[in-house]
Write a protein that binds this ligand. Structure first.
Ligand code: PXP
Length: 238
């Protein structure tokens, strides 16, 4: 059975909308673990638009599961990862103007740079994953570079429907098998939700699914009524 990595970037998005202290992603990581999360994922972006350095430092000290740090393959991030020592790092492409990670990392275009980068992280006993599109070439090069894991980008699968979605699912299944044959551990994520997750979760040897947006959206749907009721009762009891 695939495990669940919960991405809590959106909690930090709400906090940063006011640049205040709540909601605190560290508290929500604790709640996610109570709910059964097998790991906690955060993306420390170059522009620090949601997760802050302080969050990653505190998460590393407090979570009981595993910390997956998503980051761009830059010298600044390498230094941070080697200082904080997350359980694993997932390398993602990063563009300042994007709302969320758009495509997979083009590992084929940066083989030597990534070999050195991944080697450097592994020297610090950090396991490394590449967030890539489900493409044969990208998988082969991920193996050559020395990644321990790949995370297959399911964004396209999530956007499509009908036969097109079926075809994309087959591409993800074949990619999983190819990567497994090469000895890579396979994770998947992006755009997974309560409607589309089952088919990805049932792929043989799927290791972990990383899910953020739909879980946080559901948390709001389940929690808002109660939070309004509590505020109303405070006002009434005055
Ligand atoms: N995996 C990676 C590499 C991501 O960048 C993201 C988004 O931050 C996710 C998984 C989670 O995607 P979503 O928020 O759509 O569930």
């Amino acid at each position: 059975m695939a495990t669940l990595g919960v991405n809590i970037d959106h909690i930090a998005n709400v906090r940063q909308a006011r640049k205040t202290v709540e909601p605190d992603p560290v508290q929500f990581a604790f709640l996610a673990e109570l709910g059964g999360a097998d790991s906690i994922t955060v993306h420390l972006r170059e522009d620090r638009r949601h997760i802050q350095d302080r969050d990653v430092i505190l998460l590393k000290k407090t979570i009981k599961t595993k910390l997956n740090l998503e980051m761009a393959a830059t010298p600044e991030m390498l230094e941070i990862a080697k200082k904080i020592l997350p359980d694993y790092v997932t390398l993602v492409p990063e563009k300042r103007e994007e709302v969320t990670t758009e495509g997979g990392l083009d590992v084929k275009a940066n083989v030597q740079y990534l070999k050195d980068f991944v080697g450097n992280l592994k020297d610090s006993k950090i396991e490394v994953s590449a967030f890539i599109d489900p493409l044969r070439d990208q998988i082969n090069y991920s193996k050559e570079i020395g990644f321990n894991f790949i995370e297959l980008h399911t964004g396209k699968y999530a956007e499509l429907s009908g036969y097109d979605q079926y075809k994309e699912l087959q591409r993800i299944i074949e990619s999983t098998h190819l990567a497994n044959d090469l000895g890579l551990v396979v994770n998947a994520g992006h755009g997974l939700n309560y409607n589309n997750v089952k088919k990805i979760a049932s792929i043989n040897n799927m290791n972990e699914l990383n899910i953020g947006h739909s879980i946080v959206a559901r948390a709001l749907a389940i929690g808002l009524e109660k939070s309004v009721r509590e505020m109303k009762s405070l006002i009434k009891s005055n």
